[in-house]
Design a protein around this ligand. Structure first.
Ligand SMILES: Cc1ncc(COP(=O)(O)O)c(C=O)c1O
Length: 345
């Protein structure tokens, strides 16, 4: 079976964990985690990086630390992973679902009323209209944050996704371009916000090892053991970015194109998407050929807890047609050729 996406760890990750434990490290976050965060800052060009337990936690913490009035309205695209609206709900705010743009699959501008916050989700590394959105937010006093969970390695106009709004989040869950098992990060240039986030994820205290809590907080700390893996994975990121671009070029050569990305220099595919009217039949057929695929997330408005009779038609249409093809970084040209032939026959 060719898997849709598998995380890949090597000897370097294993050796680093072994050496760390042998050296008697603390396991919880400390110097290794600082090294991991520094590598993410250098790669993304962000001033601060704060790692945490997951991408979902990162988004939740970020929203909490924006210090909004309770039940503020937060715009979320209808085409995203459920973690995006769930983080908004968990933080006590109101999810406003918005349709996506037909060309870029990212948030459209059709806001019925002025929200307090907009979350741009760079689905599959797509920037879409983010700079226009940023301008709109600045002009209308709206906070723009980025769910760049899928976008490590993706740039637009020289800027890494997640660094265009006030802050952004990244995920390190197993299917991502690098993984620490679970894990996430918040990136921002805002000193006050970064400090607040650091305190929030450590029980609201200013520094470890003392028990005066001047703010509310919980425990969303990372571990140095995960950072041993993360540091080694970051060292492989440039190679993986190149390989993902190569895999996409191979698919393209064999007739599989990804929509909504052609104008974005610096884009790195995360999943290879295939849009088809016969998605479910194709998925079944490929499974019989030992090729694993995954269907795109259903639109948020179709999920039970968010169900609404909305006319968010573009996101519904896209979500029903997208199939995620095998996209692991160890995929070979021969495998890509074989998969493409099966799809297009
Ligand atoms: C767009 C988006 N946001 C948030 C998340 C949540 O990240 P995590 O799985 O690390 O909690 C994901 C995970 O795939 C995602 O794709």
């Amino acid at each position: 079976m060719i898997k849709q996406k598998i995380p890949i760890f090597g000897e370097e990750e294993a050796q680093s964990c072994y050496d760390y434990i042998k050296s008697g490290g603390f396991l919880t976050e400390f110097k290794k985690t600082q090294e991991f965060e520094k590598l993410i800052c250098e790669y993304t060009g962000s001033k601060h990086c704060i790692v945490t337990t997951s991408g979902t936690a990162a988004l939740y913490i970020l929203i909490k630390c924006l210090e909004l009035n309770s039940k503020s309205s937060i715009v979320v695209p209808n085409l995203t992973m459920i973690a995006t609206p769930n983080a908004v709900e968990a933080a006590g705010h109101t999810v406003i679902l918005c349709d996506v743009d037909h060309d870029s699959f990212t948030l459209d501008f059709d806001f019925k009323s002025k929200p307090d916050v907009i979350i741009h989700v760079s689905l599959n590394g797509r920037a879409g209209n983010i700079f226009k959105l940023k301008k709109y937010c600045e002009e209308n006093n709206i906070i723009l944050i980025e769910d760049a969970a899928q976008s490590l390695g993706s740039f637009v106009d020289g800027k890494h996704l997640g660094t265009i709004g006030k802050a952004g989040i990244i995920s390190f869950s197993p299917p991502k371009i690098i993984s620490t098992g679970q894990g996430g990060a918040i990136i921002t240039d805002d000193d006050d916000l970064a400090l607040k986030i650091r305190k929030f994820k450590d029980f609201g205290r200013e520094r470890g090892g003392h028990d005066i809590h001047d703010e509310f907080g919980l425990n969303f700390k990372f571990t140095d053991l995960q950072s041993c893996v993360g540091v080694e994975q970051m060292r492989k990121l440039d190679g993986r970015v190149e390989k993902m671009k190569q895999i996409h070029r191979w698919y393209k050569e064999y007739g599989i194109e990804i929509e909504g990305t052609s104008n974005q220099e610096g884009w790195t595919p995360w999943f290879i998407e295939y849009k088809t009217n016969k998605r479910d039949e194709l998925q079944k057929f490929l499974k019989e050929k030992n090729i694993e695929t995954r269907s795109c997330y259903p639109p948020i408005s179709s999920q039970k807890i968010y169900s609404s009779e909305s006319n968010l038609n573009i996101s519904k249409e896209i979500a029903n047609k997208i199939l995620w093809l095998p996209s692991s970084v160890n995929l070979t040209r021969e495998e890509v050729e074989m998969i493409s032939i099966q799809i297009l026959q």
